[in-house]
Design a protein around this ligand. Sequence first.
Ligand code: ZN
Length: 476
Amino acid sequence: MSSVDQQPSPVSLSCVDIDLEERHRLLRQTEIKAKIAEEDRRISERYATSCPVCGSRMHRHGMSRSKELWTRAGMVLISLTRLRCPTCHHFAVPAHSLVDDGLLSSVAQQFVELCRFNSFATSAKLLNKLLGIDIPVMTLHSYVRRQAVYFDDEIVRATEALYKQGIFPDVDASLAPGAPLYLAIDEGLMHEWTYCHNKKRADKTKQFVTAHCAVFFDGRRRISSDTAKPRYALTSRYGHASATTSIDQFFSETVTLSYKRGYTSSHPLFILTDGAKYLARGIETHFPGSIHLLDIFHLKSRVAALIDEAHPLYERSIEAIRAYDPRRLLAVIDGCQVFDEQERELKKSLLGYVSRNAQFIYNHRDPRTRVHGSASAEKAVDLLVARRFKNRGMSWTEPGCEVLLRFQVLAYNRQLDDYWQARHERSSVLQTLPDKEDVASSLPAFAATQASGNHPAYYHQVHLNDHERTAGINVN
Ligand SMILES: [Zn+2]
């Protein structure tokens, strides 16, 4: 054998890099398992000193069945210490709540972030390609959907308090004295899942999932120096969106939010819509003191469908719109000649649209309003709904859509990082493990069923996170 053969074959740095990554991932799995074992030991020792039912000292009784836990290094199988009370035979797996969802919030964040921008199938592929995590699409989907239990229903509670008890919500944004508050309301339509996939079972009237979107802002500022095509950004923007609430509930929640955004009767409230009838009705009912504005961009595009730039009446129609003069605009449309049935229909519906919304066009003349088009609000709907939910071939159920929508809203309101930080910190066992007296005193219901000989649950666990899970996390 020559000496050349004995030399180790040359290895590329890329191969080393890929190899190291995989080795480190496996090492991280070992480390996280060791950390869980350490926590398990610590919690069990503390818990073992007193049985929550009878107060006797508990003994170790083997390990629980192994359970899947998703971590940033992939899925690990873990089993936890089981305790048994020699006096009353009560069983406990005290550290169970460390892992009972099967998913650490650290990895939930990664799952959700991928799924916010990609389909579930693409996200599963990316997890595999980028992080070496091999997760079936349906498992990923169910983990993301289960994030719903962590959401706080603060706005629902505040709305109930306002409407049932007349308690005004805490104000979390300030408005300068007399300054206007703007609200743009729009909706996003998505294909409904059952309608697309199971035509037999589908409710034929329910072809779409509707997400109602509302955006509050207190003005806008120029963000580009290009004078020919100025661009604006909303100031103090705050969005709200839901696919599961009724339009009535959505309006009530929006009223509550308007108070949270600093609205009082001494501020003018301008509401921009695209002129949909149901929105006009809702505004009349829920915001009687507001000034309803028809979005000028919508109006222009509706008019342009009949009178486009090449049309001899174009200039006059634009002048009438710029003057916020619905009567003049109606006269221009009325004078427009039509040559076929389609145009006749278009003209008729446009006349109806303008006369129905005449007051909301006229309202733009209010000297206090600085915003006439809801282009920025359209953008919000685009960010909240269209980009993720309306891609080709996608369809949704209302609850499935709602979960991701809640994350999109948090991101839009720039609260998403704080949300995850709070989630990560809330599940810290070190902070939330109660003293053993608290453990015992928090379980009177369990002790009662135990005493009556009725054993509803074989295991008993320390529910470290239960409060957070049901009450949700308030990140405001
Ligand atoms: Zn006992």
